[in-house]
Each structure stands twice: as structure tokens, then as C-alpha cells.
Design a protein around this ligand. Structure first.
Ligand code: F6R
Length: 610
């Protein structure tokens, strides 16, 4: 959740830290802070509640805080309200140590009581402050020794950046269950939560593993494992451009990312289709493993879970194997029926979502084979799964996902075709028709996005509604779930998504004159059934915005108040087209309501706490 960055080098650290934080702000944005050391001024800390700009203004873009080594943090509050005092870095009582932290120290209460008994005073409500004081407690002229003792004493999840005024040439980084990377430069080095913070300065990075401790000076990085054995960490070169993480003329990252979807989809499928076949070279799972497999479990959170709901329909249809889709936070605690014959497909944009990671570890412990679908290269989920298929969506910065969702769907379709082929579960003609249509989807997505003005107009009609319902059947229902989530997370309008047939089992009582119902009715085989549900809500006074395919549009328009159509496609591929008007609708409604679209309240991009 929080974003952390540390720099040691020959330039002024503060502006570099602020720049890194600006690129990490999507991880948390309720307060921010930096600590910079110089021989003249010692360890200086500046913190401010609110967006990063408040901090930046306070220290004149960094000019007030001089020094060539420092740490920066942008916070998503867990322990203690957003405030100057709870912002990181947290200082030890002696003022010797400054600490930035992403994660949760689970035994902080016990440690706090212990330290208070030793006479230590606390100033914040954060769990992180105990780490700063504990460093003081263990410090006997050896910074590394104190860090190691602290890491043994604490429980929970962490990515730390630590600076000590007694050793002002170095930063220490440590990780367990929270992402942390090292960025290597000539005469400088970085630690950071993710590569977006450092990409402007270097493309050469290493991903720390759980238990790793790194010592960074301007000229050297030493990495040790939890037993303090030196590690030779692989270095990776980040292959995307700085511009990919910038707005490029759009008002919001979300708008840019919505428009990038056709291209991202193309990039995700094209290299994996060769000579009319899906080729998944990166998969080690073979035909025999697939034949053995008696069940697929899909595990994910949020929008990635919604891709899982689509996947259940799609994979069951293509493979004729049972597919169960579970919310990661539930899977962990439901005593899941998983065996070595289970294939778990784990879906995560960030590859760091703690619930998904923990569920994946549980599935592996129970013997399942894990195939992950991940966007962030080198993320923990990618590294810990047996097989990984990357969604090549590029960096996704807006908190509300769009292009990651679309590329996750693309990978699901590829997996469906590939597995069906391996299992001989699909005839050649069907295989070919699905594959050809899959390749046509990016062009069709472009056609849908061309209708953005029309959707903007509908948004202007509906942005004042206080409650919006989404209904659909089969994959249309799955898209409704995503449409509803998009809307509520960025526009703060209350919204629910229902399988249309379920309405009359309770929810229809909420439909009253003026309620807005978005009816997804692209699924040809269920069009009439869905339209009956539309009639039911209309006769109770609802306004209906319908979404269907071009060929069904005229029929739908006879009943609904407004309609959006998407190009005709195979039913199973519909979500890739139908989700686009849902994203645009949410975007424009949020815009008209004056919401902070890229950084919605209470949310953060990467959910690394349980
Ligand atoms: C919604 C959204 C979230 C994420 C969820 C899982 O727009 O972005 O619901 O989908 O937090 O995140 P990942 O995919 O990173 O595991």
C-alpha cells in the first residue's frame, strides 16, 4: 500500500525523493514525508498530511532539505489517522534512526509496552515507530547488528528503508511479504517499492526476496539473505519507457489507460499466436498434467476476481472441467478442497496483493499447481508460482484498473484455447473461429472506444443518480460486477450488480421510479430472458441504459431509455467489448461529480495489508 523510496548518491536527494514519491503516490496518498541527512544539518525530517504536493510546497520542492542520502514515503494509513505525526519517516527517540515502512508490524503493541517500560516515549500511533525505537534500543555502534536484531524481534509484513545518522553513507533495506526493489546506477543507488519510482534514473533493478537485507552506498549494493549470507541477486532490465508511466496529454491516467486497451490486448495476445495456434512457451504445465487435473480453482481479489468470474464461464465451456472461482481473502480461511490434481489460476495485476499471495501459498501448501496471471514482472506472486503468464499491459498507474483487467481477460482466452487444444476438448473449426475472433477483438475494442462522446453524454444524464444497478446473465453478469465496482470506486455512487434472474428474489424491492439500471444484454442466447428482466424494472419506474451488440441494438432500443452497442462477437468474448462502456461511464460520471479519479478516497493501488 504505502510507497517507499530511498536514494544514496552524489546529487541532492530531496528532489529525487519527491520525484520518486510522485510516481509512487498511487500506492497511498494520505500523507507523505522525507528524511535527508547532511553533515551540516544532520538528519532532517519533513512530513505533511495530505497529498505529496503539500509536502513539496512545504519544503520548496526539496530545496529546504539538503543532503545526498535520504528516504521518502507516501502513506496509506493503517495504524493511526493520516496526520503529520503519523506520516513516515518515523524517528527513533535519539534522532539517530529514520525508518520508512510498508506493511504491518503485528506484535507492535507488545514491543511498544516493552519499550515504554524502558522509558521510551512514543509520539505517533503507528506500528512503525516501534521499529525506530527498537533500533535505538539494540544499537551498539553497529547499524547492521541493530537492524538484524530488530528483524528477529518483529512479526508481520514489511518493506523497510532505514538511515542512521552515525553511518551516513548508507541505507539499509529489508523485506518480508511487502515488495521492495533495488535500482542500480552509476554513482547512486535506490531502494523502492516498485520500478516506477526509479525508472527515470535507471532501468537496472533487482527484486528482493523475503528475508533479504540490502546495504546501499553510492557505489555499491550488498544483499544478504536472512542468514546474512551474501547473495548474488539477478539484475533485470526494465523494458518499458518512462513515458509509459506518465499521462501523455490525458487529464487522468485512467483515461489514458482506458484508451490504451486495444494496444495492450494486442501486445498480450500477438506474440502468443503463431501459425494459427496459441503458443504458450512460458508454460511448463503439459498435456499429461492437464489430463490429470480434476478441477481448476481461480483465486483473485477485486477486478481480478471479476476476470475470474468471466473465466469460470469461459473455461468451463471450453474445457468441460469444473472451475471454481474464489475471493482470495475467503479462500484462505474456507478449508478449501485442493489437491495435487487441482490447478490454481491466480490472477493479480500487481502480483503483490497480500490476500492473493497468502491464498496462493495456502494452495501450494495443499499440493496444487499454481499458474499465475500477473502484470508486474518480478512481483512476488509471479516469482512464487509454478508457471506465470504475464499480461503485457505496461505500468498501470490509475488506482482503478482498466487495461490490466482487459489483458487478464486476454490471457484467460489464450489459456482456454491452449488447454482445450491440449485436452482435445475442442474441434478444429471452433478453435479456429475463436482464435480468429480473438485476433479481431483489438480492432473492435477501438470501435467501442470511438463512442466515448456518446457515453459521456449518457454520463451527463445519469451522474446525479444516488444508486445504480447493473444486471446481466452469464458473462454479461460478470461484466456487470466489474462495471459496478468501477463506478462505486471512483464516483462514490452506491451500486450493486446482480445476476438478472436474481432480481426478483429480493433486490427488485429497491427499484423505484428514477432508479438507474444498466442492463447488459450482449449474450445472444439469453437476450430475450434479459429483456424480460428489463421490462420488470421498467414497469417499476426504472430508467434503463442498455448495452448489447450491434445486431441486437434495434430490438433493445424498443424497450430501454438509452443504449450503447458493441460490435458483434462470440458470446464468450463479449466481456472484452462490453467492459469498455462500463469503464467510460464510470470515468465520465466521476469526472462530472468532481471526484479525484486516479486517486479515489480510501483506496490504494496495491493492497499489501490483509
Ligand atoms: C479495482 C481494482 C482492485 C484490484 C484488486 C486486486 O479497480 O483495481 O479491485 O483489482 O485490489 O489487485 P491485484 O490485481 O493487483 O491483485
Amino acid at each position: 500500500m504505502c510507497g517507499i523510496v530511498g536514494y544514496v548518491g552524489r546529487e541532492e536527494a530531496a528532489p529525487i525523493l519527491l520525484d520518486g514519491l510522485a510516481r509512487l503516490e498511487y500506492r497511498g496518498y494520505d500523507s507523505a514525508g522525507i528524511a535527508v541527512y547532511s553533515a551540516r544539518d544532520g538528519l532532517q525530517v519533513a512530513k505533511a498530511k495530505g497529498r505529496l504536493q503539500v509536502l513539496s510546497d512545504k519544503i520548496h520542492g526539496g530545496a529546504d532539505v539538503r543532503g545526498r542520502i535520504g528516504l521518502g514515503h507516501t502513506r496509506w494509513a493503517t495504524h493511526g489517522e493520516p496526520s503529520d505525526v503519523n506520516a513516515h519517516p518515523q524517528l527513533s527517540e535519539s534522532g539517530r534512526f529514520a525508518v520508512i515502512h510498508n506493511g504491518i508490524i503485528e506484535n507492535y503493541v507488545e514491543i511498544k509496552e516493552f519499550l515504554q517500560e524502558q522509558g521510551v516515549s512514543f509520539v505517533s500511533q503507528t506500528d512503525t515507530e516501534v521499529v525506530a525505537h527498537l533500533l535505538d534500543y539494540y544499537y551498539k555502534d553497529d547499524m547492521m547488528d541493530a537492524v538484524v536484531k530488530v528483524l528477529h524481534r518483529i512479526e508481520g509484513a514489511y518493506a523497510f528503508g532505514i538511515v542512521c545518522a552515525d553511518c551516513p553513507d548508507r541505507l539499509i533495506a529489508a523485506r518480508k511479504d511487502s515488495p521492495l526493489i533495488i535500482g542500480y546506477g552509476q554513482g547512486f543507488n535506490f531502494l523502492a517499492s516498485d520500478v516506477t519510482a526509479v525508472i527515470k534514473y535507471t532501468r537496472e533493478v533487482s527484486y528482493l526476496d523475503d528475508g533479504d537485507i540490502a546495504v546501499l552506498t553510492a557505489d555499491k549494493v550488498e544483499i544478504y539473505d536472512s542468514l546474512l549470507l551474501p547473495q548474488n541477486k539477478a539484475r533485470h532490465t526494465v523494458d518499458w519507457e518512462v513515458s509509459a508511466a506518465e499521462k501523455g496529454g490525458y487529464e487522468h491516467f485512467m483515461a489514458k489507460e482506458i484508451m490504451e486497451q486495444p494496444e495492450a490486448f494486442r501486445k498480450t495476445i500477438s506474440p502468443r499466436i503463431q501459425n494459427g495456434r496459441v503458443v504458450l512457451d512460458d508454460l511448463e504445465i503439459g498435456a499429461d498434467d492437464l489430463r490429470e487435473m480434476d478441477k481448476i480453482y481461480i483465486i483473485a481479489c477485486g477486478s481480478s476476481y471479476h476476470v475470474g468470474v468471466v473465466a469460470k464461464y469461459t473455461l468451463e465451456k471450453l474445457l468441460r472441467k469444473p472451475v471454481e472461482v474464489a475471493l482470495a481473502s475467503e479462500f484462505r480461511y474456507c478449508d478449501p478442497i485442493v489437491s495435487p490434481k487441482t490447478l490454481c489460476i491466480v490472477i493479480s495485476q500487481s502480483g503483490e496483493t497480500i490476500d492473493t499471495l497468502a491464498a496462493m501459498r495456502e494452495a501450494k501448501r495443499l499440493g496444487a499447481r499454481v499458474l499465475s496471471i500477473v502484470n508486474v514482472v518480478g512481483s512476488t506472486i509471479a516469482r512464487e508460482s509454478d508457471d506465470v503468464l504475464y499480461t503485457w499491459a505496461g505500468p498501470e498507474i490509475a488506482v482503478a484498473t482498466t487495461k490490466a483487467y482487459s489483458t487478464q481477460l486476454a490471457v484467460i482466452y489464450l489459456i482456454g484455447l491452449y488447454f482445450a487444444d491440449q485436452l482435445d476438448a475442442i474441434d478444429e473449426e471452433t478453435y479456429r473461429s475463436v482464435l480468429e475472433e480473438l485476433q479481431r477483438l483489438p480492432d473492435k475494442m477501438e470501435k467501442v472506444l470511438e463512442q466515448k462522446e456518446k457515453i459521456q453524454y449518457y454520463a451527463s444524464r445519469y451522474f446525479n443518480h444516488e444508486s445504480i444497478f447493473f444486471i446481466g446473465r452469464n458473462v454479461d453478469y460478470a461484466v456487470g460486477l466489474e462495471g459496478s465496482l468501477k463506478l462505486k470506486e471512483i464516483s462514490y455512487i452506491h451500486s450493486e450488480a446482480y445476476a438478472a434472474g436474481e432480481l426478483k428474489h429480493g433486490t427488485i424491492s429497491l427499484i423505484e421510479p428514477g432508479a438507474l439500471v444498466v442492463a447488459l444484454a450482449g449474450y445472444r442466447g439469453l437476450f430475450e430472458k434479459l429483456m424480460s428482466n428489463v421490462v420488470e424494472v421498467k414497469s417499476r419506474g426504472a430508467d434503463v441504459l442498455g448495452v448489447t451488440t450491434d445486431s441486437l441494438g434495434a430490438e433493445m432500443e424498443k424497450t430501454v431509455d438509452a443504449a450503447v452497442t458493441v460490435p458483434d462477437t462470440l458470446d464468450m468474448l463479449l466481456p472484452s467489448l462490453e467492459v469498455l462502456p462500463m469503464q467510460l461511464l464510470a470515468y465520465y460520471i466521476a469526472l462530472m461529480r468532481g471526484c479525484d479519479i486516479d486517486k479515489p478516497r480510501n483506496l490504494a493501488k496495491s493492497v499489501t495489508v490483509e
